[in-house]
Design a protein around this ligand. Sequence first.
Ligand code: HEM
Ligand SMILES: Cc1cc2nc3c(=O)[nH]c(=O)nc-3n(C[C@H](O)[C@H](O)[C@H](O)COP(=O)(O)O)c2cc1C
Length: 475
Amino acid sequence: MLDGAEVAKHATRESCWIVIDSKVYDVTSFLFRHPGGAAILLRQAGSDATAEFAKVHPLDYVQELPEGSCLGPLDPKTATSLNSPKPQPSREVVSTEELPHPSLCVTTGDFEAAAKSALPHRFWTYVSGSANSGLSLKGNLDDWARIRFRPRVLRNVGTVDMGGSILGHKTQFPFYVSAMGTMGNIHPGAEPETVRGIVRKGLHGVISTASTKTPDEIMDSYRREQSQVGDASPSVLFFQLYLPTDREKAVALIKRAKAAGYQGIWLTVDTPLLGKRTADRRLQAIEALSMGLEQEQTPNRPIGGENSLAPAFGGRDVPGQLSPHTTWEDLKWIRDAWQGPIVLKGIQCADDAKLAMEHGCEGILLSNHGGRQLHTAPSALMTLLEIRTYCPEVLDKLEVYVDGGLRDGADVLKAICLGATAVGVGRPYLYALAAYGSRGIERCTDSKSSMLRFGVLRVTLLTTFKYCRKNWRLL
Ligand code: HEM
Ligand SMILES: Cc1cc2nc3c(=O)[nH]c(=O)nc-3n(C[C@H](O)[C@H](O)[C@H](O)COP(=O)(O)O)c2cc1C
């Protein structure tokens, strides 16, 4: 057993000890190999880092520390002698009680404002951020507004069914919750908290490889919530796959997702390496400086090299986690390992949509990763219009999803009118989670809130929906 006072002495870059889950680790040799940067670990030096660690990493991640790092258990009686972590150089956070009542959130923009006050600055930067100067994100938001409805009137639209199906699973909503990593940054309940809202509302959701919790833990929370509602929720979960470079690891991850009960794979194909997240980079430099590190020193391993750290997280490139070598040929072994439906997430032109069809994919998701990857990438809307022009057969043969910048039921309706099967919604749900937990997830979906202004719009626009599907004209 190690004494807290002894641990507290090891608080420098020359000797850095931390406590995780009641065990003491010497992370000195790992400091500059930590993909999240040395500053994060130095801030915790000599202290109990469990809470900070659990925000972004599953607890079993400690096994990834170099061999011999674990020095032994902490004597619990001496825990009070540990250091306190050094505070982050961040802005004040508004407490939950000070946030507007969730009923006051009637547009997705309201959730965004609440999340901005509720989140520590670094996490706000990570979720709201985008690639380079933000043009891809701006294009996503602006493009949906460039289309106008031309409603037909005097049609009976008294009863409207908004539902459809996603990979054969019925949905009452024409949208689902997009895959988003590291939710532990956003809310202490992380992905399980999101899943609670998803199940209660009967939504479908896609769970990220880069989740804070393991695929099994998240599925357990899904099952628990299902049993709470008497297994009555139509919700299903799909798994978003970032393909690790190492094929054995990739196959193991796919099989793990299968065994856990995920109903389809969303294979992300727009991330052979991570986009340039300008705001994150700036913040990491500030943090490094505040810990006396002249410049950020992160491991300099070749991209695509062996990686023991999967699953990884959104802020930085983690070598080996996002295979840059993947090609269309790889779909075969991925399919063999998965034995189920595959959606390619991140298709950005008609030619690739056709290729996906020729390779037997069940679906494609037109997406530029919420503007976080390629600078000046086309919005999903532009890609959808390109497909309608050059290979409309894709819309008949594949399930075609879109995401990026859909902030209102009207945007969702436009996508559906143009032939999309359903729509992924990302940041609005993250913002709702950040401010209000699973209640926020429900509220964001609620017919009184903006996503289901669709519910209000349907009264006037169902026939537009039918009309447009066949006779779409861009106004
Ligand atoms: C056990 C060994 C650890 C491993 C294998 C590990 C691995 C990683 C990886 C792969 C990332 C992703 C890089 C990124 O996208 O930002 C990361 C980020 C991060 N890690 Fe660790 N980590 C470890 C220990 C810790 C500890 C002890 C803490 C707690 C203080 C911590 C806190 C963080 C944070 C806050 C980030 C996010 C960085 C950002 O937002 O830029 N990690 N870590
Ligand atoms: C904070 C954040 C984390 C994300 N993490 C992932 C991820 O782990 N895997 C992935 O394929 N896409 C990820 N995405 C992209 C989303 O799945 C989705 O494509 C995008 O958010 C849709 O755009 P929207 O946020 O404008 O709705 C992430 C997006 C955000 C904002």
